[in-house]
Design a binder for this molecule. Structure first.
Ligand SMILES: *[C@@H]1O[C@H](CO)[C@@H](O)[C@H](O)[C@H]1NC(C)=O
Ligand SMILES: *[C@@H]1O[C@H](CO)[C@@H](O)[C@H](O)[C@H]1NC(C)=O
Length: 249
């Protein structure tokens, strides 16, 4: 018969819920997805006023466009579980901070990382651990100092990427690296002032020790002189022994 029993209705409802649920999780809910001809998904979340990086990207995503949003930070493991991610665009955001391990898990797959046109000031090499991608680091207010200089040799990013670090401010300020790409600025040593400071500190400490040793020597000699003088006076004050034999004997 053609009547719909409550049981049928219930099971179709369950089926419908399952279908919607599946559709929602098969791609990120706030973004647009497309399947490329070569396989793998492209997720577009550009210009959506997003303040937090979505956490629901499909695990076979190859490209993610997150440009022109309002992100201020990339948290640790923000893109974990995306072993096929090749390209990640985070340009034109408000990023001032990249947490340690922000791109963890992308080391073997990611080829292009766009961080240009953000608010990055300090270079945190721990954010880029294991990443060998080509990165666009231009258009950020980079602060170049000794810690940046020390960090760069330990970064695995494609070396040419680091040319994008154009210093807006620097420490020491007067070294003249502002407006230059730090990697291309010849003969600039941002750690030299620190070395000089430690040298001066060392000199002061050595001088201190030297002064103490000299003072002690002077004190020692003086004290001994005093002792010797007192000893002499003591000897002088002793009753003098009669040296000549008595005339009675
Ligand atoms: C994605 O996750 C599903 C299960 O959630 C799994 O079956 C599949 O193999 C994963 N695909 C990739 C490319 O890791
Ligand atoms: C890096 O980004 C800037 C601005 O976002 C763009 O003009 C430039 O072409 C990019 N460079 C590369 C190598 O893609």
């Amino acid at each position: 018969r053609g009547t719909v029993t409550p049981k049928d209705f219930q099971s179709s409802l369950v089926l419908m819920t399952f279908c919607f649920h599946h559709a929602a999780t098969s791609c990120s809910k706030s973004c647009y997805c497309s399947e490329s001809d070569s396989g793998g998904k492209t997720v577009r979340c550009s210009n959506l006023q997003l303040t937090e990086i979505p956490q629901d990207f499909p695990n076979d995503t190859r490209r993610i466009y997150l440009d022109f949003n309002l992100f201020t930070t990339v948290p640790t493991n923000a893109f974990a579980g995306l072993p096929h991610l090749v390209e990640l665009d985070l340009s034109h955001n408000e990023l001032s901070q990249l947490e340690q391990g922000a791109f963890r898990g992308l080391g073997s797959s990611l080829q292009f990382l766009d961080l240009s046109s953000n608010k990055l000031v300090n270079f945190n090499s721990e954010a880029f651990e294991g990443l060998q991608a080509r990165a666009n680091l231009t258009n950020n207010p980079w602060h170049c100092d000794c810690s940046l200089q020390m960090a760069l040799p330990h970064v695995d990013l494609e070396p040419a990427s680091l040319k994008g670090i154009v210093c807006q401010t620097s420490d020491p300020e007067e070294i003249g690296v502002q407006g230059l790409s730090f990697l291309l600025a010849p003969d600039i040593d941002l750690c030299v002032v620190m070395k000089r400071t430690t040298d001066v500190a060392m000199l002061v400490v050595m001088f201190g020790w030297f002064t103490m040793v000299i003072s002690y020597l002077v004190y020692y000699v003086r004290a001994n002189q005093e002792d010797a003088r007192r000893h002499l006076e003591y000897l002088k004050s002793l009753p003098s022994k009669p040296m000549q034999p008595s005339p009675d004997e």
